[in-house]
Design a protein around this ligand. Structure first.
Ligand SMILES: [Zn+2]
Length: 297
């Protein structure tokens, strides 16, 4: 076989060199088990990749921890390959919540670790508790959930409870979330292990809501919102549901009774009319910030 780098990284078979064959090869048998933990591998619907889905597989766990601690996620300084290998191999970390139970004295005994570096590590672990819900959600490593997607989900749902309780159809309705992602989220929350871990992380103090819940619940109280243009994170019916959820009224036309006009891209006559009537206008982001802050401008 001739193999080259596909997309710069992944090995790709370019051609087969038939005259190198000697009739003893036999058909290629795709592996049925993970090479590290020997568990059966599975293929998710509509995906080309086969994966090891054994959450206690050491190889899976190491990758998951590196992702969790990475800069766009929990940003835990000092969480590199060598440390993660040791933490998993010694059994000190079996799940993300174990990271927050690591003690300085234990870390100091690891290879290439001294009192001082152990102390720094404990401090960066502690600091990571401040990361916002979007980073936490991204850090969980739910398959197919990138940073952008995590951001959309946080804007729409606001809390992990709302996400856990939502039906798969509610996910599919959201702009930018297809049925592959919806299915992936659903199967993640179906796992009791995952729910248990989220619960532990919550107790430890990680953020699983985008703001203080009680302030948010009526943050649009009594106000009328009209939307114009294309919104990037949610579609029209979705955003109207959001308005109702936070106690506001979604309107369709601009009048003196309109309190806010929220605009996306490609705005038209509504925007001009709102400006003329002196109605407050908000960008899409300002609108979601308003809900998060829990108070009206
Ligand atoms: Zn495995």
């Amino acid at each position: 076989m001739v193999i080259e780098k596909g997309g710069e990284v992944i090995p790709k078979v370019v051609s087969v060199v038939r005259d190198q064959r000697n009739r003893r090869e036999g058909a290629f048998k795709f592996p049925e088990c993970c090479p590290v933990c020997r568990e059966k591998i599975v293929r998710l619907t509509q995906e080309a990749n086969w994966r090891c889905v054994n959450t206690s597989c050491p190889a899976q766990l190491k990758g998951a921890i590196l992702h969790f601690a990475s800069r766009p996620a929990m940003d835990i300084e000092g969480f590199g390959d060598i440390l993660v290998d040791q933490l998993v191999d010694t059994g000190l970390v079996k799940r993300f919540d174990d990271i927050y139970r690591l003690k300085k004295q234990v870390l100091a005994k690891l290879e290439r670790m001294a009192e001082k570096s152990a102390q720094n590590l404990v401090r960066s672990i502690e600091q990571s508790k401040d990361r916002d819900f979007t980073r936490v959600l991204y850090g969980l490593g739910i398959p197919n959930i990138g940073v952008n997607c995590a951001n959309i989900l946080v804007n729409v749902f606001g809390s992990i409870e709302s996400m856990i309780n939502a039906e798969v159809e509610e996910y599919e309705k959201i702009n930018g979330i297809g049925n592959v992602i919806a299915e992936s989220i659903r199967s993640y929350f179906k796992s009791r292990d995952n729910l248990e871990m989220i619960n532990e992380l919550k107790k430890i103090g990680l953020h699983f809501t985008s703001g203080r819940k009680h302030d948010r619940i009526n943050s649009l109280r009594g106000k009328t919102f009209v939307f114009t243009g294309e919104l990037s994170s949610v579609n029209r019916s979705e955003v109207q549901a959001v308005v109702r959820k936070y106690g506001g009224h979604p309107g369709t036309t601009i009048s003196k009774k309109t309190d806010y006009l929220v605009y996306g891209s490609k705005t038209g006559s509504k925007y001009k009319r709102a400006k003329k009537l002196g109605i407050k206008v908000l960008s899409e982001q300002e609108f979601f910030d308003l809900i998060k802050k829990g108070r009206l401008l």
